[in-house]
Design a protein around this ligand. Structure first.
Ligand code: TRP
Length: 350
């Protein structure tokens, strides 16, 4: 996985040039599973990247992969809240529904139906080899569900229904883009040229550490959600475990809590963790926490006030999703009809 990450990183300068030369030649499909509130790590890692691609003039699709929520857990509890919250964060961060299609997995039946022919193009052994599926299965502590085993194929349907050819993803999703390329290639070989072989895109944004120094993740409870109030932010930062050494230094190995705070503050004020540490000097964790709280709240003030304004209109999210779902459905129906035609099932389109 690391090797393909390095290889993908090396391709980025050339890819960026091709995008700048011909933004209309690309269609971005990316997204996430709505398992919680979006946090600072998402904003720095993925959301800003989508806004950047949108502003380069690349047509962009963002999928809220709600069916993926039940790949490794029994419940889809609160999925509706998470979908609505994500749409608010996207809009507040600058995704423009006129240019970017935001839609939900479950609202697009024809997309889901593509999974059937796609499943016929991969072997069980290939599915079992996927390193991310293996890792997620291990972390779930449960039996491997059929949906978890096959979700990379589902993800291929997410990407190919709109013939997306550019897929911004994190490292751990690279195997899924690889299987998508395989499925596209095999479909084209078997039934005639239909799908592009999409390219993965990875950014060089550093992995955002959470408040405890581990990767920022809603499941670790170390994240600062974009939708927190200033007080909730202060509380989350206050609860971070630090140490009694009053001299603040950046040392992720030995001082994960202190270093997590330094990295968070540094990202928000646009400097380095080392220089924030120098600024705090020997004033201890209390001063570091106060500094970090102010830095995060100042950084997120604009986002939060835009979010609040949008949320004040009770129809805003419904309208954006309604329009996005309608557009995704139109494209998915067209692609499914083409797929059936190629497979000799054109009668189904009548
Ligand atoms: N698997 C992605 C995640 O873990 C979410 C996702 C679903 C996705 N479908 C996608 C990402 C299609 C890129 C393209 O968050």
């Amino acid at each position: 996985m690391t090797d393909s990450y390095t290889a993908t990183r090396h391709r980025m300068p050339d890819l960026e040039r091709r995008i700048a030369d011909d933004p209309a030649g690309f269609r971005v499909l990316t997204g996430e599973r709505p398992t919680g509130r979006l946090h600072l790590g998402h904003l720095f890692g993925t959301i800003r990247e989508r806004v950047r691609l949108q502003s380069l003039g690349v047509e962009t699709f963002v999928i809220l992969a709600d069916y993926q929520v039940i790949t490794d857990r029994d419940t889809a509890a609160n999925v509706g809240d998470h979908v609505r919250g994500a749409v608010l964060d996207y809009l507040a961060a600058g995704l423009d529904p006129e240019r970017t299609t935001i839609f939900a997995h479950s609202a697009v039946p024809a997309l889901n139906q593509l999974m059937l022919p796609f499943l016929s193009l991969v072997s069980e052994a290939e599915l079992h080899r996927n390193p991310t599926v293996k890792a997620e299965h291990a972390a779930s502590g449960r039996a491997l569900s059929g949906l978890l085993l096959s979700y990379p194929v589902h993800q291929a349907a997410d990407i190919l229904f709109c013939k997306g050819n550019l897929v911004p993803v994190g490292k751990d999703n690279l195997p899924h883009v690889e299987i998508t390329r395989t499925i596209a290639r095999r479909f084209n070989e078997r039934y005639g040229a239909t799908f592009p072989e999409p390219e993965a895109m990875v950014t060089d944004t550093p992995e955002i550490p959470g408040l405890d120094g581990r990767k920022m993740s809603k499941s670790y409870g170390n994240a600062i959600a974009l939708s927190m109030t200033e007080d909730e932010t202060a509380d989350a930062i206050r609860r971070t475990r630090t140490d009694a050494d009053r001299v603040i230094t950046y040392d992720p190995q030995r001082r994960p809590g202190v270093s997590g705070l330094l990295s968070t503050a540094a990202l928000c004020v646009g400097s380095s963790p080392e220089s924030v540490a120098e600024q705090i000097g020997d004033r201890g964790s209390g001063a570091l926490k106060a500094f970090t709280t102010d830095a995060v709240n100042a950084f997120l003030a604009g986002h939060r006030s835009r979010r609040e304004k949008i949320a004040a209109d009770p129809d805003a999210v419904g309208q954006v999703l309604g329009a996005g779902n309608a557009r995704a459905n139109a494209l998915a129906q067209g692609t499914l009809a083409e797929v059936r035609e190629r497979m000799g099932m054109g009668y189904a389109n009548a």
